[in-house]
Design a protein around this ligand. Structure first.
Ligand SMILES: Cc1cc2nc3c(=O)[nH]c(=O)nc-3n(C[C@H](O)[C@H](O)[C@H](O)COP(=O)(O)OP(=O)(O)OC[C@H]3O[C@@H](n4cnc5c(N)ncnc54)[C@H](O)[C@@H]3O)c2cc1C
Length: 244
């Protein structure tokens, strides 16, 4: 049976998960299909992501990002996408396990994996030792509704750059979808309404009690994440690990 979604994101690494946070927060039904091999799992200690003064375990960071995408409303599935086909109405996304999704939009965020896109007329590829998808700075390709995010869009090889690009691509998509969108801000009570303005779409005013509740929840959750060193070891390069 074909499942229908507003957005299917292929690749749930840094860029794909961040894109999903934004599309799902703005009400688009979003599924992230990921084969579970973000290159960031190879990192030994992640020290250049803003907000972590002494760095953070990269596997913990990725898992927290996945949890954030789910809290925002994304569905996530461990799945390898084998093909994406396009017509005037949207996209059919197929997985190796035989599942089908129909989506208005696809965001491809699979680092240098491109084979599943080769059947789509109008998609260009760039070969520089690794393969990238030809797109503009907002991840738009030659095919309406098909976007590319992160390394696959030839963004620089840093986590924060790829995460930022995932957010940028998602906000571009929301623009194209004509979703009422402002800045995705949560603001104190009266910030807009106290000036006689409506709360813009995509923003939220919260009162002091709600602000304290959310902060308490955040403190509790972060304490759980950081209660102990994260057990998972880095994934070694295949040639060092003897898998090549
Ligand atoms: C050893 C090492 C250390 C690093 N250390 C740092 C660091 O200290 N600081 C830093 O800023 N950056 C670091 N990086 C770089 C960082 O990991 C990347 O910039 C970032 O992960 C790129 O994000 P991405 O979303 O584009 O790709 P990825 O995070 O690799 O995500 C791509 C995802 O696509 C999935 N995928 C691929 N094909 C398919 C398919 N057909 N179907 C479904 N899913 C698919 C993969 O499983 C993967 O989860 C390091 C990289 C390496 C290799």
């Amino acid at each position: 049976m074909t499942e229908t979604r507003d957005v299917v994101i292929v690749g749930g690494g840094v860029a794909g998960l961040t894109a999903g946070v934004f599309t799902a927060r703005h009400g688009l039904e979003t599924t992230v299909l990921d084969s579970g091999e973000s290159i960031l799992r190879r990192n030994a200690h992640l020290e250049n992501v803003p907000g972590f003064p002494a760095g953070v375990n990269a596997r913990l960071y990725l898992d927290m990002l996945g949890d954030q995408a789910e809290r925002a409303g994304c569905e996530r599935e461990l799945a390898e996408v084998t093909s994406v086909a396009a017509d005037d109405e949207g996209f059919v996304v197929e997985t190796a396990a035989g599942a089908d999704f129909w989506a208005d939009y696809v965001i491809a965020a699979t680092k240098n994996t491109v084979d599943y896109l080769r059947g789509i007329e109008g998609v260009g590829f760039v070969d520089r030792g690794k393969t990238f998808v030809d797109c503009n700075e907002y991840g738009e390709t030659g095919v309406d509704g098909l976007y590319v995010a992160g390394r696959l869009a030839e963004k620089a090889y840093q986590t924060v750059v790829c995460a930022g690009h995932g957010a940028e691509v998602a906000t571009r998509l929301l623009d194209e979808d004509e979703r009422p969108f402002y800045h995705d801000w949560t603001v104190p009570e009266d910030y807009f309404t106290g000036r006689g303005r409506d709360v813009p779409p995509g923003c939220e005013e919260i009162d002091a009690a709600e602000r304290r509740r959310r902060e308490a929840e955040s403190v509790e959750l972060m304490q759980e994440y950081f209660a102990e060193p994260y057990g998972e070891e880095p994934v070694q390069h295949p040639s060092v690990a003897g898998d090549d």
